[in-house]
Design a protein around this ligand. Structure first.
Ligand SMILES: [Fe+2]
Ligand SMILES: [Fe+2]
Length: 232
């Protein structure tokens, strides 16, 4: 699978992988690129093209993970990107999934027991995900930012590994939700809406795995490096 570089046209990026659309939006980049290259568009938005490419290539290619390069970027940049990703999940993905689930439920009759189970399962997943995001936004990210700004005054009683909870729970629940639909839904549903719901789940799963990979392999090691350096 290809790796994009600065001289590639932005239009090529999107034509190669349209799933990158929300990723570029997280950088404040919108359509209307004309024939500009990735470098030109990044310069125009005052974005580091190296950082942009590291994120975009990591998302595009599962086998690509420029760990050392990502570790060299400012943690502020990484936290900003991660927060924008959270906003995308909260403001767009979750409401979209809810609206599709509601349509599925409304179009189903007479009692659609399995859909009610799927609905309850989705709600549990959503609560778990929102708790996880809230924990990161209120505890993990502020801790990392404080660590960078004032490493000498870090609280000796805390470490990043106590803060950042494992991602496996959230991932397993999403996998279960997908399986529940694929394996057990009764065939009395609106197929177009159900497909749309499932496709949204698959895309979201790919996005959130990429997100968790950046948190686990970049943000956490960055924080550990600062903790180790200043705790001696
Ligand atoms: Fe996160
Ligand atoms: Fe996370």
């Amino acid at each position: 699978m290809r790796i994009f570089d600065k001289k590639d046209k932005m239009v090529t990026l999107i034509r190669t992988n349209y799933h990158l659309l929300p990723v570029i939006n997280r950088f404040g980049i919108r359509l209307g690129f004309k024939d500009k290259t990735i470098e030109e568009i990044c310069d125009q938005h005052k974005i580091s093209s190296d950082f942009f490419l590291a994120i975009v290539n990591t998302f595009h290619n599962e086998d690509y993970f420029p760990e050392e390069e990502l570790l060299s970027f400012s943690p502020h940049l990484i936290v900003r990107y991660l927060k924008r990703t959270h906003q995308y999940y909260i403001n767009y993905i979750l409401p979209k999934m809810e609206s599709l689930l509601e349509q599925l439920n409304n179009d189903c009759s007479p009692n659609c027991k399995e859909l009610k189970i799927i609905d309850a399962f989705y709600k549990r997943y959503k609560d778990e995900l929102l708790n996880h995001i809230n924990d990161e936004e209120t505890r993990v990210f502020p801790y990392v930012v404080e660590l960078i700004n004032n490493p000498r005054s870090m609280d000796p009683n805390f470490t990043i590994t106590e803060f950042e909870k494992e991602h496996s729970n959230v991932e397993i629940q999403l996998e279960d939700l997908k399986n529940l639909i694929i394996k057990y839904i009764e065939p009395v549903y609106d197929e177009n809406i159900c497909n749309e719901f499932l496709i949204t789940l698959f895309r979201f799963e790919a996005d959130i795995k990429d997100h968790a990979r950046i948190e686990d392999a970049i943000l956490v090691p960055l924080a550990i490096a600062i903790e180790d350096k200043y705790r001696g």
